[in-house]
Design a protein around this ligand. Sequence first.
Ligand SMILES: Cc1ncc(COP(=O)(O)O)c(C=O)c1O
Length: 406
Amino acid sequence: MEYEASVFQVFPEPQPDGILQLTQDFRADPREGKIDLGVGVFRDDSGATPIMAAVREAEGRLLATRETKAYIGLLGDVAFAEAITDLALGAALAGSDRLANIQTPGGTGALRLGFDLIVSARPEATVWVPGPTWLNHIPLITRAGLKHKVYPYYDAATGAVDFEAMAEAVAAIPAGDVILLHGCCHNPSGADLDLEQWRQIAAMLTSGGVVAFVDMAYQGFGDGPDPDAAGLRTIFSALPEALMSYSCSKSFGLYRERTGLLTVQCETARDRTHALGQMKLLARTSHSMPPDHGAAVVSTILRDDALRADWLAELDGARLRVVSLRSALAEAFGAAGFGDRFDFLKDNKGMFSLLGIGADAVARLRKRYGVYMPASGRINIAGLQAQQVSRLVEAISDCLEMEPVK
Ligand SMILES: Cc1ncc(COP(=O)(O)O)c(C=O)c1O
């Protein structure tokens, strides 16, 4: 008898994932001196993505003391949630009885659960995202069943936020819609709001009745853990209702441990209890219980003074590495005759910047020099080793195929 169901014949041919393909192509490239500025993980100056010392120490302690692998609850590790809200929001806001917390599989899991929660509350809401935004934001919003619109954010001419255009668009967002904001170290541009701009945006959202969803994936990589959280804290102080997705992937180097948190600030303590019930239900029908290990590592570190100090010092070292590469790059571009064209690199925050070069130049860089980046020209600064800066600038000069400005 012939099999007639053919359920799985409907899918289109899969398209290669751009960034993963780029990594594979880089690995297969035999040239010495090749440079990978693609995938978004932190690298040290030898090109490694190390396990942080405080993480290793916490893992050792957990290995010695953990007595069970029984499920943790649907909300995950409550001590982890307290430690992260304290780190991100600060003690005053974190102590509120209006916060509903649930541990999630990574920052991505927090975003998805947050969008699912918005769908259950207000399916007609539109989520406003910055132009451009992290490649996974719009697919996450769409898969959850929500509409999205883009608000102007990055100005390629200056390498900074086009605040005037952003503010005009934000002021016009209808009440009940949701705005997605990058807490710090905007991915892909590295262009962040300053505190005064955060205040203005928070005031507009409050008077406009817009719900803010702040994606916090790089705390500590911009100016340090507290300054990086200033915008998030401004939003949570001003708005009665707001969400935060938190990722421990970069700040604790726990990428594969899938460690994240969704925090929902509600208007009242009663709303919080009900929202938490809904969040549990949503989690139960997607991943159910979150993984334990990464969250246990994070809460062990954050609740032990010595481990916390160690972690902060290592995170600061990672941040300073990126800051010094940014300065070195901007200086080398200046010395190569580009004037101030690439000065924005030293003002941008975090691991990413948009070089502002065309896809042709990106392709030439790869072909001639083994320099890999996505066609958008987004670079992961941490992919660079200090001794490669001048070679990279020479390569870019050559591939732009124009006379540098004198
Ligand atoms: C802006 C942004 N949000 C969220 C995430 C999600 O991180 P993860 O799910 O790995 O914790 C990333 C990761 O690259 C990101 O860049």
